[in-house]
Design a protein around this ligand. Structure first.
Ligand code: ADP
Ligand code: MG
Length: 593
């Protein structure tokens, strides 16, 4: 049977072999099992139901929420010689009748339907008269309330299945299903657990990284300029942000276009085509962009804002490197992003249980941004796949990391949380540790705690960042909801008792390929010369060339970014770093650099 399937693959699609996972899944369908296939975007799910549909008698139904893509999908099947049609709201009543009659006469092997159709009893009764041998459910996560795109009409699928004479085979497919969504799909469709095919979530050609504390505009501009001939997508959270980023890029001479739901159909279509044909190089887009986009040479996907959950992130980032060539997936994180996402949850979701669930998913996303462990492992584990400790090809696994001992800082934080009776969030804890005089701190008399001002040498932001990292690493847990409260985990208690230390993998500033700003580099060399004469030491003792070079690339603007430059430690920062900061600042202000 599988051999026949292979021949069809060759004949209709022109592919010589199945991808890993496709053949196992197809065999199982052909053996008569109901299956759930979980494969990443671009993994080749369609073929997994189209080929069995061709081999099975009668017709197969495909339920899909992607109504705007149906016509194109059917056109391309038709062009390959596969008899298929679709039924959705764009079709007149009489045309629906005609297509269904055609189906009962055996004119089609596949009928794509929009889930909303199933709400109509009249439509379901028409389906009962068709020889349906398989129902394929695409984007099956829409069944689950815990998924990221719940569609109530998907719940009607089970009803339909119960009504159809001679229960057809049921196959379900999705790119993103967490363990609980998986369980939900299985329970709802009655698919046995041993028929879950989870394949290849790892996209080994993609390099993931999270960038924090950078000026987003500067980062984007320099990143894009370094890749003058490559296509990329930049995702932003709001229409307004899409517009302003696109404007910025265009103003700086970059060939960019934009895409979001606020634009007319025509404008969107045009932008999309121009991007597909490499007419525009960088697409700045909201999450409305990407469904069904099969452009394979997208070399990078940058998220200018953190998305609402890992499912959305992996789907969007996964649009890089579909051709198997290296791709970069970079998330530019700022704490503001969390606030926006919380706002969207509050505004958008009424049901309290679902809201709590969304908050939990959001926390999973925030943890991704703060973990110092392997990002690939984090992603794969999130989707229920095993992974080695380190992948060697993500921002956290690159060679340029060092282990820093943060036990002291962690103890200060844990102790402060403990003394505040584990009843407050990261912001207030940071303020207390910083020694803030703010109203709330005084109101609760936290300025009388022994931990008050204990970390005054850090900025509040540094303290909150550290708290987030500690929570991503499992030392702290956050309660669910709009105002998460910090609690100590047993791991934290061991650190407080001095039984365990906290080691953090810290990224040493990545040195970029290019040489940085040569003019600024010269400026910095001059300053180094002055200081070396003042202190009677050779220049390289002040800072080696490589450090100056890195400063001219990274353009640090504050203490923490200066400290991230390789070769700048605490002591040297105080002695020299401050002066270099001033010089860089002056240089930047003096011209349009
Ligand atoms: P998904 O629905 O999982 O996102 P698709 O079914 O749209 O992915 O397939 C993505 C791309 O991979 C399509 O261009 C498809 O033709 C191609 N493809 C699928 N299976 C194979 C295969 N066995 N060999 C080569 N290309 C394949
Ligand atoms: Mg698909």
């Amino acid at each position: 049977m599988l051999e026949e399937a292979r021949q069809l693959l060759e004949r209709y699609y022109g592919y010589s072999s199945f991808r890993p996972g496709q053949d196992r899944l197809i065999s199982s369908i052909l053996d008569g099992h109901d299956v759930l296939g979980i494969m990443p975007t671009g993994g080749g799910k369609s073929i997994c139901y189209q080929i069995p549909a061709l081999l099975l008698p009668g017709v197969s139904l495909v339920v899909s929420p992607l109504i705007s893509l149906m016509k194109d999908q059917i056109d391309s099947l038709t062009q390959m010689g596969i008899p298929a049609t679709f039924i959705n709201s764009s079709i007149s009543g009489s045309e629906v009748g005609k297509r269904l009659r055609g189906a009962s006469l055996g004119q089609y092997k596949l009928i794509y339907i929009a889930p909303e159709r199933l709400e109509l009893e009249s439509f379901r009764s028409l389906l009962r008269s068709l020889p349906i041998s398989m129902v394929a459910i695409d984007e099956a996560h829409c069944i689950s309330q815990w998924g990221h795109d719940f569609r109530p009409s998907y719940r009607r699928i089970a009803e339909l299945l119960a009504e159809l004479p001679g229960r057809p085979r049921v196959t379900a497919f999705t790119a993103t299903a967490t363990p609980e969504v998986t369980s939900d799909i299985l329970a709802h469709l009655n698919i046995p657990r041993d028929q879950v095919y989870l394949t290849g979530f790892d996209r080994t050609n993609l390099k993931f990284s999270v960038v924090k504390g950078e000026n987003k505009h500067d980062y984007l501009l320099s990143f894009i300029r370094e890749r003058a001939d490559q296509a990329g997508i930049i995702y932003a959270a709001t229409r307004k942000e899409v517009d302003s980023l696109c404007e910025l890029l265009v103003k700086k001479g970059i060939n960019a276009g934009r895409y979001h739901a606020g634009l007319s159909d025509g404008a969107r279509k045009e932008a999309q085509e121009r991007f597909l044909y490499d007419d525009i190089r960088v697409m700045v887009a909201s999450n409305a962009f990407g469904m069904g986009i099969d452009k394979s040479n997208v070399r990078y996907v940058i998220h200018a804002n953190m998305p609402k959950n890992m499912e959305a992130y992996y789907q969007e980032a996964g649009r890089a490197g579909r051709d198997g060539e290296p791709g970069e997936c970079i998330l530019l994180f700022s704490p503001q992003d969390t606030i926006i996402q919380k706002f969207l949850i509050e505004e958008g979701i009424g049901d309290p249980e679902r809201r709590t669930n969304e908050y939990r998913k959001l926390q999973g996303m925030v943890d991704y941004c703060h973990t110092t462990r392997c990002l690939r492992k984090y992603i794969l584990n999130y989707f229920g796949e095993e992974a080695p400790e380190e992948c060697g090809n993500c921002g956290n696994c690159s060679d340029e990391v060092e282990e820093a001992d943060l036990t002291r800082e962690a103890q200060m934080i844990f102790s402060c949380i403990y003394r505040m009776k584990e009843r407050f969030g990261a912001a207030l804890v940071s303020q207390v540790l910083k020694g803030s005089r703010n109203q709330k701190v005084r109101q609760f008399r936290f300025d009388e705690l022994p931990t008050y001002g204990l970390m005054s040498r850090h900025t509040e932001k540094e303290i909150t960042d550290l708290i987030h990292t500690l929570s991503a690493e499992g030392y702290l847990t956050l309660t669910e909801g709009k105002f998460p409260v910090l609690k100590l985990s047993p791991k934290a208690a061991r650190v407080l008792r001095g039984e365990e230390s906290v080691l953090q993998r810290r990224r040493i500033a990545v040195r970029r390929e290019e040489e940085g700003n040569a003019e600024l580099f010269e400026e910095l060399r001059k300053l180094r010369k002055e200081l070396s004469e003042r202190d009677h030491v050779p220049p390289y003792v002040v800072f080696p060339d490589s450090t100056l070079r890195e400063m001219s690339v990274l353009l640090p603007t504050d203490r923490s970014s200066m400290l991230s430059v390789k070769g700048v430690g605490e002591a040297k920062f105080l002695r020299y770093g401050v002066l270099f900061l001033e010089r860089i600042q002056a240089y930047m202000e003096q011209g349009s650099h």
